[in-house]
Design a protein around this ligand. Sequence first.
Ligand SMILES: CC(=O)N[C@H](C=O)[C@@H](O)[C@H](O)[C@H](O)COP(=O)(O)O
Length: 232
Amino acid sequence: MEPILQSLRYCLIASCQALPDEPLHGAHIMARMAKAAEEGGASAIRANGADDVRAIKASVSIPVIGIIKREYAGSDVYITPTLKEVEELLEAGADMIAFDATGRSRPGGARLEDLIQLMKQAGVASMADVSTLDEAVHAASLGVSCVSTTLSGYTDYSPQLEGPDLKLVEEAAARLSIPLIAEGRIHEPYQVEEALKLGAHAVVVGGAISRPQQITRRFSNAARKAAQSLRA
Ligand SMILES: CC(=O)N[C@H](C=O)[C@@H](O)[C@H](O)[C@H](O)COP(=O)(O)O
C-alpha cells in the first residue's frame, strides 16, 4: 500500500469544492476552507481544479487529492475524464489523483488504463471513483491504489439513495484487497463511524463540511417543517 494511503487509515478526508456557480468559488477561498478542515482534524483534502489544488497545497500540510471536473460533449464522464486533466493535476502537484472509473465511455475515446498508467509512471497514487461493485472490482484489477464509492447514486444504473451507499461500502471493502474509501452523502458523524466499521479504509465528507448552502438548507428545512405544523 502506498504511504499516502497508509497515513489515511481510519481517517477523515475533507472534500473542499465550490463550482463556478457556487458562492464560495475561488482558489483562495477553498484554500481557507481546507485550512479550516485541517484545523478541524481532516487528514487529507479532496479538491477540484489545478488552481484550487495549488492554493490548497500552499496553505495546508496534509495531502491533497486532486480531481478536475470538466464536461465534454457526448460523454457523461466529468471527473478527471481524460489524460489532459491528469497531466494538469500532476503539474499542480496533487498527491493523489481521483477520476471516474465507471464503465461509461470517456470523451475522445480516452481509456481508463491509460489514465492509470500515466499516474503510475508519475509515481502518484490513484483513486478510482466508482458507482457499483463491478466497477470497483474492475478498477482494482487495473492496478489503482484505492477505490472510492463517490459515484454511487450519480450513474443511472446505481441505487439512488438519500444517504450513503453503505451496502456498496461493505461489499466492496470485503471484496477488494486494496483500500476502499467511503464517499458520497455522508452528512453525520455517526455515518463516518458506520462506514469505518463496515470496512472503509477512510471516509470522504464534502458538502456537510464545505458547502454552507447545503448545511443551511438542512436547518432551514427543519424550520419550515416546524413552522408548518406550528401554524396548522
Ligand atoms: C458526484 C460528484 O460529483 N461528487 C464530487 C466528487 O468529488 C463532489 O461534488 C462531492 O462533494 C464529493 O464526492 C463528496 O461527497 P458529498 O459532498 O456528498 O459528501
